[in-house]
Design a protein. Structure first.
Length: 179
């Protein structure tokens, strides 16, 4: 099967995001750059979860605000997508918001699981993933209008760290249950 130019572009973006994810999360787990950031208490772990979740909330606020601002200043879009077909610009902003909401919901839950289950010495993976989420959303937002290859790196840089943390949290939780 031969890949199209778009597929090759997406594959390159995804591969780059995998490399960045493995380096950042692996490095955070190994070096523990945020050691001592919070106390190893329930309160400290909750604070870390809440703090890292702010990266998600920032992009949700920005995406909602961008769409609302656009709709207010454009008569063809002010009634919202439920009542009108809307413009291409509104559709792009809505798509960015929808994807951010989807990825944010997953990240929020996974960040909570990591804050709960992961050993204290590995908690640096959480701010590392939140940082990648933040950067990934920036690249996704900037690249969205350019098509799939332009947004692939940002999408994957948001998604893959969350998936990796999910796998880590599930592994640790299962190990705890096996005891």
């Amino acid at each position: 099967m031969s890949l199209s130019d778009n597929q090759r572009g997406v594959l390159k973006g995804m591969a780059a995001a995998v490399v960045v994810t493995l380096l950042a999360i692996g490095g955070a787990a190994w070096v523990d750059p945020f050691a001592g950031l919070v106390a190893d208490t329930v309160q400290g772990r909750l604070a870390l979860w809440a703090g890292c979740s702010l990266a998600v909330v920032f992009w949700l606020i920005l995406s909602i605000g961008a769409l609302a601002r656009h709709r207010f200043f454009h008569a063809e879009d002010i009634d919202g997508s439920g009542l009108t077909e809307g413009s291409k610009a509104a559709a792009i902003k809505q798509a960015v918001l929808q994807n951010t909401l989807e990825q944010g919901a997953i990240a929020f839950i996974v960040y909570g699981a990591v804050a709960t289950f992961v050993p204290y010495t590995m908690l640096s993976v959480l701010p590392a993933a939140a940082g990648l989420f933040f950067i990934g959303r920036l690249f996704f937002r900037i690249g969205y209008a350019g098509g799939a290859p332009s947004r692939a790196f940002g999408f994957a840089l948001t998604f893959y760290p969350t998936v990796l943390l999910f796998l880590i949290a599930v592994g640790v939780a299962l190990a705890c249950l096996a005891r």
